[in-house]
Design a protein around this ligand. Structure first.
Ligand SMILES: Nc1nc2c(ncn2[C@@H]2O[C@H](COP(=O)(O)OP(=O)(O)O)[C@@H](O)[C@H]2O)c(=O)[nH]1
Ligand code: SF4
Ligand SMILES: [Mg+2]
Length: 416
């Protein structure tokens, strides 16, 4: 994967007094030593900039600053460097190591508020004690949320990730487009939309409409066809399309009718990427191979009322999985914003495309699953996987395809 350009990265500045544990927290988030942690106060003199893939947000740039409560000649220099860091911060983290909210933190926080920079407050060293009552009251009356963390013990890091996700500016959470990176301006996509008894009357569904709009915004164009007319549609084109996108349920026929030289994927897979994290959800689909009869699987739909008639989540996917696994699974369902807090009973979560949701909510679920060690995938990926056309469907996404190729076909894998 090409690294995202620096300017597109969310810049997360970490501020706080010396020895609050700023560098330790960064290390805990990274799961590796990228920052200098020292027993001696103020080891980090210059802000250390560290590009990182921060789950679940994606590419970010951390700025680990020196403590700015410093005095003396060297201190003045540090204060200036840190002040500069506040100016390129998109999301600020103030770390408190001793449980006290002092005028120093208040001043920092006021500065961020004035410039409308979102702020996450972290009380670190929770292994040594709780934040003071005064500190809590001050933050609560300012409606400023905070997270209790112990970088040393690794506790609260999950909650901190959630807080960063919830607080990150909208522009950084949303992906720029659904498929326009795959269909350059002036190029054509063919969208395959089966019109069967399950299609809603008189309209197209959200992922189809949003994809068409995305292509128009990008000065690309598209042809919309049913699966039966696909071959004829392709025959009429002088130049092959840049991409064919199909409804997952017509995958096999569409794969058979689309020449191998034309990239092919499904709306669901586009939405796994647009609303969630494709690579993570590819791993999730591959977890189907580890399922055994009797295992519990959670099927989650974002809408409380799904518009489709014969329900893919309640009937078709459970049936396919049962066939694939070779015995009945315990399938549970959840709808809307309800989601079990305790995911430990489940071996896999299969989610709908979440087309009606914002990405933040889907990423939050992905994070919750990751923290519980439960893989998550979506309907379309499940279908592609159980039909045995995963590789073809992931063709347009080299990074996700690599994950599959590097993990699949290990001894014991049951893939057809
Ligand atoms: N007990 C305890 N010590 C911590 C914790 N986090 C960091 N420390 C210690 O606090 C000291 C300062 O940590 P450091 O990350 O360098 O702080 P910074 O100056 O804010 O970057 C080091 O000795 C760390 O080991 C924690 O959660 N609990
Ligand atoms: S959000 Fe989920 S349940 Fe609702 S229409 Fe989209 S895919 Fe279906
Ligand atoms: Mg430090």
């Amino acid at each position: 994967m090409r690294p995202a350009p620096k300017t597109y990265r969310l810049h997360i500045g970490i501020f706080g007094r010396r020895n609050a544990g700023k560098s330790s927290i960064l290390n805990a988030l990274a799961g590796q030593s990228v920052s200098i942690v020292s027993e001696v106060a103020g080891t980090t003199t210059d802000p250390v900039e560290k590009p990182m893939e921060l789950l679940p947000l994606g590419p970010v740039q951390f700025i680990d600053t020196a403590g700015i409560d410093d005095t003396g000649a060297l201190g003045t220099e540090r204060i200036e460097r840190t002040r500069q860091a506040t100016e390129r911060t998109d999301l600020a983290v103030i770390v408190v190591g001793d449980g006290h909210w002092t005028p120093f933190e208040q001043q920092l926080s006021d500065g961020f508020r004035q410039r409308q920079v979102p702020l996450v407050v972290v009380f670190n060293k929770s292994d040594l004690g709780d934040p003071s009552t005064e500190a809590r009251q001050t933050l609560e009356s300012a409606k400023q949320d905070f997270v209790n963390v112990s970088a040393l013990k690794g506790t609260g890091i999950g909650a901190l990730r959630q807080a960063l996700l919830q607080t990150a500016p909208q522009d950084f959470v949303n992906r720029p487009g659904i498929l326009t990176d795959l269909v350059p301006p002036g190029e054509c996509a063919v969208l395959v939309v089966p019109i069967d008894k399950e299609a809603p009357k008189g309209r197209l569904i959200m992922p189809q409409v949003q994809s068409i709009r995305d292509l128009l915004d990008n000065d690309s164009f598209c042809l919309v066809t049913k699966e039966r007319e696909l071959r004829r549609t392709l025959d009429r084109l002088k130049v092959p399309p840049a991409l064919v996108v199909t409804d997952s349920q017509a995958f096999l026929k569409v794969a058979a009718d689309t020449p191998a030289s034309i990239p092919l994927t499904s709306f669901s897979i586009l939405f796994a990427r647009f609303q969630g994290d494709l690579t993570e959800m590819v791993r999730g689909a591959m977890a189907i191979d580890t399922l055994k009869p009797g295992d519990s699987v959670l099927i989650a739909e974002a809408c409380t009322h799904h518009p489709i008639g014969e329900d893919i989540g309640t009937v078709k996917i459970p049936r396919w999985l049962t066939q694939y696994v070779g015995g009945a699974l315990k399938v549970e369902h959840t709808r809307g914003h309800d989601f079990p807090e305790d995911l430990s009973p489940y071996r896999l979560v299969i989610h709908c495309g979440a087309c009606m949701w914002n990405r933040r909510e889907m990423l939050s679920r992905l994070l919750q699953c990751r923290q519980a060690g439960v893989p998550l995938t979506n309907y379309g990926l499940t279908i592609a996987y159980s039909l045995g056309i995963f590789e073809r469907a992931l063709g347009p996404f080299p990074a996700a395809l690599d994950v599959y190729r590097n993990t699949a076909h290990k001894p014991g894998a049951r893939h057809p």
